[in-house]
Write a protein that binds this ligand. Structure first.
Ligand SMILES: [Mn+2]
Length: 316
């Protein structure tokens, strides 16, 4: 008989407990359920408008934006606690919880972090946005080293590989970008330098690998002092100059690009005259950053200068 799965997230510590104690059936059930949910999401979902793998959110309420977690369950719990996301959900506040991708690999709690973010999506489907990082890449373009399958086997024994293959399916359903009109674009890595319209981003996943948009969105990094793009030492994506950022922001009619993908000492950094803001929410080895950071913004507020956002970054 299949056990009924009714566990409900009540607090961030209870979420961590559920993630830590989840068994293989629950993990597979939850991953499959969220893959199916994401595959179906199209058009209006709550206040969101979904086209391909692009989400447009109205400039209303608040957004909590989480950078790379890479298996760091403690930082996720800290962010949920400090931002009071669950309390705000209970009080029916208008809040979006946006994850910039790279949930697993490197850290020791990769399965638990996937479980936790999927559980949040299950409970608050119109409020939680799961974006795709280069560690959730398409089959031909996945980050390396990729130690998630090892951690899945450590947690679940031999059945870990079945759960892992469900996660690989899920990766194809995660979102490529989020747009908030006249304000922000959120994506994992960098500006797609050859994109000429918003559909190049919305349908980047269907054009990959013939076109480079998805690769650049997942892998690229901003670079100072260059025009256009140059090869990236990562071996995928490009390093892009400020003029590429300006072209993207103009094309999308927004003021700032908010992304993850790179660790930095303070947990965040800015590039391209503060029009690119990088958030990294993981702490601990193998990364050298002293702080993790996330963003908690009032998205109703107009952006006069992107640097105003720096006041809304929370370091921990
Ligand atoms: Mn990354």
């Amino acid at each position: 008989m299949v056990r009924k799965l009714v566990s409900h997230v009540e607090s961030s510590s209870n979420l961590a407990k559920l993630a830590t104690e989840s068994n293989i059936e629950e993990f597979i059930h939850l991953t499959t359920k969220i893959s199916q949910l994401l595959a179906k999401e199209n058009g209006r979902v709550g206040s969101l408008l979904i086209t391909g793998k692009l989400i447009e959110a109205p400039p209303m309420g608040e957004a909590i934006v989480v950078g790379d977690l890479h298996g760091d369950l403690g930082s996720l719990v800290h962010i949920l606690e400090e931002s009071k996301f669950l309390a705000k959900m209970r009080n029916k506040k208008d809040v979006l919880l946006i994850f910039l991708g790279d949930y697993g690999d490197r850290g020791s709690h990769s399965p638990e972090v996937y479980y936790a973010v999927l559980k949040l999506k299950e409970q608050f489907p119109e409020r939680v946005v799961l974006m795709r990082g280069n560690h959730e890449g398409p089959y031909d373009l996945l980050a390396s080293p990729h130690d998630l399958p090892i951690h899945m086997n450590q947690k679940f024994g031999d059945s870990g590989s079945e759960a892992y293959s469900k996660l690989r399916e899920l990766f194809n359903h995660l979102y490529t970008a989020v747009l908030i009109e006249e304000r922000y674009v959120f994506l994992h890595g960098g500006a797609p330098s050859q994109a000429t319209n918003v559909n190049d981003i919305a349908y980047a996943h269907t054009k990959h690998p013939q076109e480079r948009h998805l690769e650049e969105i997942l892998w690229s990094d901003p670079w100072e002092g260059i025009k256009g793009t140059i090869a990236s030492p990562r071996g995928a994506g490009r390093l892009f100059g400020e003029n590429v950022t300006n072209t993207l922001l103009k094309m999308l009619n927004v003021k700032a690009l908010i992304r993850g993908h790179e660790s930095s000492e303070e947990g965040y950094k800015t590039d391209h005259s503060e029009k690119v803001i990088t958030l990294f929410s993981r702490k601990g080895p193998p990364y050298p950053n002293r702080f993790g950071a996330y963003l908690h913004i009032n998205i109703a507020k107009k952006v006069e200068k992107p640097r105003q956002l720096l006041q809304e970054i929370h370091k921990f």
